[in-house]
Design a protein around this ligand. Structure first.
Ligand code: ZN
Length: 243
């Protein structure tokens, strides 16, 4: 169930700004990278504007669009001349695919991006709490940033995952609110960091299948499992056995 409607627009504005600052402080975005949005209602999205550092935005600078990405006339003077981000199309596709979510975050965390370029996948069972909370983390095909292909490459994957890596570009996480989506981003970059260390050590030991089955049960009990994902887990276990 979506959580939009349980807070005022001003409260959503303030939460987006809090999350933007966290992303900036943690180094998940540099320069003017990244964007955060919230679904205010069926046809209204509140998002960060194009061309600003996420560390120094104010709540009044956020812009409201419809589900086509068209800006709704500004009622805050501070956002009058601001444009929605060109990457909003990815957010809109995520909202279309996921009626259950209320927020989307796109970031450029460096380790996730580096691993995607190196061809090192995060769609495997290494860390128990990541298996329970995020499941397998897939990587999309490459798409030119801000192009029409951006929404296409995330479309199917975001329907069945809360966190994914966009090849050579960044990440997309979704949640009931911006902080929920932010925590998934933080966990994903942590999983990438551990994976990087394991590659440096030259030892990557996967969780045994019986333990993965137990973790998947926990994931189901917490209501986090998504339809059809078990086949993905089985395939990754088969692949790792054969590897
Ligand atoms: Zn980007």
């Amino acid at each position: 169930m979506s959580s939009y409607g349980d807070r005022t627009e001003q409260e959503w504005r303030e939460e987006i700004i809090r999350v933007c600052r966290l992303m900036h402080e943690k180094g998940y975005v540099t320069a003017t990278d990244g964007n955060v949005s919230v679904r205010l209602s069926e046809d209204r999205i509140l998002s960060t504007p194009s061309g600003f550092s996420k560390g120094f935005l104010s709540p009044e600078q956020l812009v409201i669009t419809d589900m086509e990405g068209k800006k709704i006339s500004a009622h805050k003077p501070a956002s009058c001349d601001l444009k929605p981000t060109s990457e909003l199309l990815m957010h809109l596709e995520a909202y279309r695919q996921r009626p259950d979510i209320g927020a989307v975050i796109h970031a450029h965390p460096p380790i996730c991006v580096a691993l995607s370029i190196a061809g090192i996948s995060l769609a495997k069972c290494l860390l128990p709490e990541v298996v329970v909370t995020l499941g397998l983390i897939p990587t999309t095909e490459y798409a030119t940033p801000s192009s029409a292909k951006g929404p296409q490459v995330i479309k199917d994957l975001i329907a069945s995952h809360d966190a994914l890596i966009i090849q050579r570009h960044g990440t997309l996480t979704v949640g009931k609110d911006p902080f929920d989506a932010y925590l998934k981003l933080e966990k994903m970059e942590y999983a990438a960091y551990v994976t990087l260390i394991l590659h440096q050590l030259g030892r990557e030991t996967l969780l045994p299948p019986a333990e993965v089955a137990k973790l998947l049960r926990m994931r189901r009990e917490k209501g986090l499992a998504r339809e059809g994902e078990e086949e993905g887990f089985l395939a990754s276990l088969r692949k790792s056995k054969g590897a």
